[in-house]
Write a protein that binds this ligand. Structure first.
Ligand code: AMP
Ligand code: MN
Ligand code: MN
Ligand code: MN
Length: 274
């Protein structure tokens, strides 16, 4: 079973169209694939059309920004009904927060001498969704930084120019949107937050049981040790396991679709329960 259940298109901060992303999944011989754009399901109709053509099994997905305590985390919704009103109302709320944040980022950049950031950044997005990645691309192209890592460090985070915090909805509410739409809710890339392992375990304790369904045990950049650790957490907190590359299609990214380490416990794989 080759599954890749976490991928982005240009409907959020990926660079490829849903059609192109599905084509890559098919070329990589994925049996199961999910498009999980940030806070939108708008790319799924196009992905489904291409998946039908190529006979690829597509799982409807989304990656939703949420708050746990006062920290931003990402919750994956897999196997969702994209026509569900509760889910779409929630996603519209997040899209509104993103619009407001984009304006605040532009204002903050303007104060440090970077003019017309909103207009310039818009030209890097194929839709009206503006993510920090789009601002990052603009800042690199304008010569302020040389790569993504540097641009996020020097801009767009914390108290740096362009650093603007957003008050996302609490993760319990976000899980409710996903469950209302018949989907499974999973903590995305648990090892990529700026949290100690002790903190992550607290997050998982709050998530297990009534609330959440799973965690991403394997992502595109996971080492063997990281897979082992996340899998242990899945076991400890009785959560299902998922795997997804978090592919964005950025030119210098090494991550490729369908090129993932195996799940240590395939019988606990999320796709058995979708
Ligand atoms: P946003 O959801 O608009 O806050 O943007 C977050 C996205 O920016 C993430 O999903 C990543 O794709 C990207 N990102 C965040 N931090 C970094 C980083 N340090 N280096 C590269 N990309 C990052
Ligand atoms: Mn992203
Ligand atoms: Mn994420
Ligand atoms: Mn992602």
């Amino acid at each position: 079973m080759k599954a890749d259940l976490h991928n982005h298109s240009y409907y959020s901060d990926g660079v490829l169209s849903p059609t192109e992303v599905v084509q890559l999944a098919s070329q990589a011989k994925c049996d199961l694939f999910s498009l999980t754009d940030h806070d939108t399901t708008d790319g799924i109709a196009e992905a489904q059309l291409e998946a039908n053509k190529l006979n690829l099994n597509l799982v409807n997905g989304v990656e939703i920004s949420a708050f746990w305590r006062n920290m931003a985390i990402h919750i994956l919704g897999l196997g969702i009904d994209i026509n569900n009103d509760v889910l779409q109302t929630g996603l519209e709320h997040n899209q509104k927060l993103r619009k407001e944040r984009a304006e605040k980022i532009a204002l903050s950049l303007w104060r440090s001498g970077i003019k017309d950031a909103l207009e310039k950044t818009q030209s890097f997005s194929k839709t009206d969704m503006l993510t920090r990645t789009h601002f990052a691309q603009m800042l690199i192209s304008e010569g302020y930084c040389k790569d993504m890592k540097a641009v996020f460090r020097r801009y767009l985070t914390g108290k740096k120019p362009g650093g603007v915090s957003v008050e996302w909805k609490g993760f319990d509410e976000v899980v409710h949107w996903i469950h209302a739409a018949g989907g499974k809710a999973l903590i995305a890339h648990p090892l990529r937050y700026r949290m100690t392992n002790t903190k992550i375990k607290k997050l998982l304790i709050d998530f297990e049981g009534e609330l959440g369904d799973g965690i991403e045990v394997v992502t595109g950049t996971s080492t063997e040790v990281e897979v082992k650790l996340s899998n242990q957490w899945a076991k400890d907190y009785n959560l299902l396991a998922s795997c997804g590359s978090d592919f964005h299609g950025w030119p210098n990214q090494r991550v490729r679709i369908g090129n993932l380490r195996d799940l240590p416990d395939p019988e606990k794989a999320i796709w058995r329960y979708l």
